[in-house]
Design a protein. Structure first.
Ligand code: DX5
Ligand code: ZN
Length: 215
């Protein structure tokens, strides 16, 4: 069964605790938490105080997606803030193997995110060290962007790579997931669907999560 991870980036920050409560009550599986540093991506989101505030109320794991340069500097602090899954970009971490070990040593699941232009083949010597691959289906930085269709081909390639290594790595799709493409993504092999705009701009976010979860 696939997992649903609503992205907090699209929540209403002026009433964060009620959006967190909605996700607690829904049949979503994880909280997707996007951290942006204004360097790796052209946007700044939020940091430790906000993650700690979410953690205080969240009854489900925090899936923290770091869009920051040199993420290895902050692994321990993200664990202390409440991350359960910590994902770093392959394009942002020079010693990625070491970073993944660091994350796992802290007791978190380790994820690797790849940008739309990054070939799946670049994961061939590291995929089996990761609990999750976060495949970006938009250019990271903003919610509400249009899904990039080439993602389907990359999912197929990634599935094959994971199978070759007999690995249990999950495939997460992040960006532009909506009510028109979620079924096709699940059929293609997505294990985790991130959804920001689709959930939070809906008139009934909890019901929308239910639809995404049903598949
Ligand atoms: C994009 C973020 C995504 C974003 C998804 O940089 O990594 O997690 O919140 O938002 P939607 O679902 O609106 O594309
Ligand atoms: Zn994300």
């Amino acid at each position: 069964m696939h997992l649903i991870a609503p992205s907090i980036l699209s929540a209403d920050f002026s009433q964060l605790s009620s959006d967190v409560a909605m996700i607690n009550k829904s049949n979503a599986d994880w909280f997707h938490v996007d951290v942006m540093d204004g360097v790796f991506v052209p946007n700044i989101s939020f940091g430790f105080p906000v993650i700690k505030a979410i953690k205080k109320h969240a009854e489900k794991p925090l899936d923290v997606h770091l869009m920051i340069v040199k993420p290895e500097r902050y692994v321990e602090q993200f664990r202390e803030a409440g991350a359960d899954v910590l994902t770093v970009h392959i394009e942002a971490s020079t010693h990625l193997h070491r970073t993944l070990q660091q994350i796992k040593k802290e007791g978190m699941k380790a994820g690797i995110a790849i940008n739309p232009h990054t070939p799946v083949a670049s994961l061939s010597d590291i995929v089996f060290e990761a609990d999750l691959i976060c495949m970006m289906s938009v250019n990271p930085g903003f919610g509400g962007q249009k899904f990039i269709e080439n993602t389907y081909r990359k999912i197929q390639e990634l599935k094959e790579l994971i199978a070759i290594h007999n690995s249990k790595t999950l495939i997460e799709i992040d960006g532009g997931v909506d009510l028109n493409n979620y079924k096709k993504l699940i059929a293609a092999g997505a294990d985790v669907l991130v959804a920001g705009n689709t959930v939070f701009s809906s008139s009934d976010p909890k019901a929308t999560i239910e639809v995404l979860k049903k598949g």
